[in-house]
Design a protein around this ligand. Structure first.
Ligand code: 6R9
Length: 695
């Protein structure tokens, strides 16, 4: 195949030939819930007909492009990038990376030399193309009947005002801005306003506690914090500004001071009820009233930072994952287009919060780069009834719905009429992300929600990967419940055995990624050594994902779950070390060890073993106090489901290492599979743990 025809194929698929407005360019088991399900590889294929408007309608078509994407990654991605506006083109040798520590510092660069702005590509480009009057955000409040629409032009104006305000308080390119907000339009607006002027946003999920907030604002040394007076989810009002004040007080004790705090007045907490520090705090509405709705874009380098997002690892404090502008933009736009077959004007709904990576890539940047109408829902899925999600689908005629297995399981538990009472005929594509989806939930999503006519895209990826890595393309090949199927363009997954040898053909191993992709994280903020050691030292030359994975004869990939000490609770990553250190900070706790266990709704739950301090005796009050400590230090979502007092101590090897395998088996009542415990310093602790379980 000659170079010319290859370019033509690329042009046809990535729309660069069209002048239309918008063509941006120790392995664990799968959590087989309820124990009775067949694992994914034993499931029959499901062939849901769907004709993608992107033109990729068969596996052959995909494979042709995939081959090009891995044979000439720089050329492939440059073609995709041409679908976006750049102030300055990238160098001819724009992709420079080294993933091999033996060859020196790990570094990743894409579109080097290029200058662009992601906010411009998300908003100005569409407005300039005559689509300013089209809906950008379809906001749905907590209460049914509460809603608002913002057009692309209105969104651009609001973003410009905020950018101007940020500049007026001295925020410059490269400065960090922390966002702690409910899911209202002002949250993505604030992200875009930072991006517009080259400031680096750091969204902190509004479910994190004051202490977690303090840790994050300190680590990123943000100049400004943007928040709201409060938020409302279901029947619960959340005093966000109070939490920010508490967090900033803690940070001040540790020697860090934020200069300005911008507060959006949310009706859930009126201003009279909001704590206030006149020297530092500013009301959003008053501040915006003085700002012009025009603000020139700061053209930033492709490798200038776009955002920081903190995530949990298996050890230590949360890591500030840093993403840069060009590669992230190109990959966010491209994956959204191909995975969701997203076209301008499509009504698209992703139920994630902006506080997580999914809310960055697939609620904000990806859909806006494609000019879609984005549904933003502030409330919870089961309020005021378990039918709410489907009512929203009917109300806005949602075409693509992207959600998490935990939400699917929690709604599946209710009578099917909650779903069927609403008209879902607008739905064309369903998606899941965040954790393995068990086949039963997949089936329900497929048959009951999608009436068997919507392909389900089970997308595997991570905060670090920036965009989806393993995913079906709708209609292009048969699906299988619980299976992420094939790699996206440019993604080269490998399965390594424990010795680091690549598994060939069908088999199981640790999922790693070979070669750099544009959306990859570039570093851990302020700690490049930790970046190298966390992701690139386990297997030299490969990015280590932390997930176990199986590949079958068809080349399909199935994620089997984390192989490290990260627990995935309702799709939220929780590090065992973080929960342990929260527990250990409490006076009653001498020692703690935390493991995950299969949970019917949350996917995984948190099981904590606690050795009490001398003089403390086990009681329900102590349990409560320990759970409360975790809630206040991390957030409610990380609260242990069970606390198991271990009077005889924890199982340790002679070198003092806690044997977590043993703790996992006891927590999941699989003591028949404890394995070899003869290397324990004191094998007697095991029967004591079994005796005290459930007490
Ligand atoms: C996007 C996101 C990443 C971890 C990842 C894996 C799990 C995500 C999955 C999945 C099975 C899927 N995970 N998607 N497991 N199937 N489709 O969730 O990022 O919060 O960083 O979590 O989530 O264990 O390593 P993040």
């Amino acid at each position: 195949e000659g170079a010319l025809s290859r370019l033509q194929v690329l042009a046809a698929h990535f729309g660069t030939a069209e002048a239309s407005e918008n063509h941006p360019g120790g392995i664990k088991r799968h959590p087989t819930l309820a124990g009775a399900e067949e694992p994914s590889h034993q499931q029959a294929s499901v062939n849901t007909p769907y004709k993608a408007r992107t033109g990729i309608t068969s596996r052959r078509e995909y494979e042709r492009l995939y081959r090009q994407s891995v044979e000439d990654p720089a050329g492939f991605w440059a073609h995709v990038a041409e679908g976006y506006d750049w102030k300055q083109k990238w160098d001819t040798e724009h992709m420079r990376s080294n993933l091999d520590l033996d060859r020196g510092r790990v570094s990743i660069e894409w579109f080097a030399g290029g200058r662009t702005n992601i906010c411009h590509n998300c908003l100005d480009r569409h407005v300039e193309g005559g689509r300013g009057g089209q809906a950008c955000f379809l906001w749905e409040g907590n209460e049914p009947g509460q809603d608002a629409v913002m057009t692309y032009k209105q969104t651009l104006d609001a973003v410009c005002q905020l950018s101007n305000w940020l500049k007026s308080v001295g925020v410059k390119k490269g400065d960090r801005v922390a966002l702690y907000m409910p899911l209202i339009c002002e949250l993505p607006i604030a992200m875009l306003a930072c991006a517009r002027i080259g400031a680096v946003h750091s969204v902190i999920f509004a479910g994190f506690s004051a202490e977690a907030l303090a840790q994050r604002v300190q680590d990123c040394q943000c100049r400004v914090v943007i928040t709201a007076s409060g938020g409302i989810r279901g029947k619960k009002t959340i005093p966000l500004k109070q939490i920010v004040d508490d967090g900033l007080k803690l940070a001040e004790k540790a020697g860090f001071k934020a200069e300005v705090c911008l507060v959006f007045e949310h009706p859930a907490v009126p201003r009279q009820k909001c704590p206030w520090q006149a020297a530092r705090d500013v009301w959003w509405r008053e501040a915006m009233a003085r700002q012009a709705s025009h603000c020139p874009v700061e053209w930033v380098g492709a490798e200038d930072p776009l955002f920081l997002l903190y995530t949990s690892g298996s050890t230590g404090k949360p890591k500030g994952v840093l993403h840069t502008t060009g590669g992230y933009m190109v990959m966010a736009g491209c994956t959204t287009k191909y995975i969701f077959d997203l076209q301008p004007d499509d009504v698209y709904w992703c139920t994630a919060d902006c506080g997580w990576i999914t809310g960055h890539t697939y609620l904000t940047y990806g859909p806006l780069l494609n000019g879609a109408q984005v549904v933003l829902y502030e409330g919870v899925p089961n309020y005021p009834s378990p039918g709410r999600v489907w009512q929203i689908v009917e109300k806005y005629k949602v075409r693509q719905l992207y959600t998490a297995p935990t939400l699917i399981r929690s709604l599946e538990a209710h009578d099917a009429h909650f779903v069927t009472d609403s008209d879902r005929s607008s739905l064309r594509i369903l998606g899941t992300v965040g954790e393995p989806i068990n086949p039963r939930a997949w089936d329900w999503f497929n048959k009951v929600v999608g009436e068997g006519r919507c392909p389900i895209v089970d997308t595997w990826w991570q905060t670090e990967t920036g965009a989806a890595m393993l995913t079906p393309l709708p209609g292009a090949w048969p699906l299988r419940p619980g299976c992420a199927t094939l790699p996206f363009f440019g993604v080269q997954p490998v399965l390594l055995d424990e010795k680091g040898k690549e598994v060939q053909g069908a088999g199981e191993g640790i999922l790693c990624l070979k070669a750099a992709w544009p959306g990859a994280l570039r570093t851990i903020y302020g700690d490049h050594k930790r970046f190298e050691s966390t992701y690139f030292s386990t297997f030299k030359g490969y990015y280590f994902t932390g997930d176990g994975c199986r590949r079958d004869e068809e080349g399909y990939y199935t994620i089997t779950g984390r192989v490290d000490d990260v627990i995935n609770v309702s799709g939220h990553r929780v590090g065992t070390a973080e929960v342990e250190s929260a527990l250990q900070s409490h006076d009653t706790c001498a020692e703690a060890a935390v493991v995950g266990f299969d949970h019917p709704i949350k996917g995984q739950g948190i099981y904590a073993y606690v050795v009490l301090a001398d003089g403390t005796s086990a009681s329900p009050e102590v349990k409560k106090a320990l759970v409360a400590t975790v809630r206040s230090q991390i957030g409610a979502f990380a609260a242990p489901d069970s606390i198991h007092f271990a009077p005889g101590g924890l199982p340790k090897t002679r070198s003092g290492k806690i044997m977590r395998r043993v703790l996992r088996k006891i927590a999941t009542k699989e003591e028949d599979q404890l394995g070899d415990t003869s290397t324990l310093a004191d094998p007697g602790v095991v029967p004591k743990l079994l005796e005290t379980r459930g007490k």
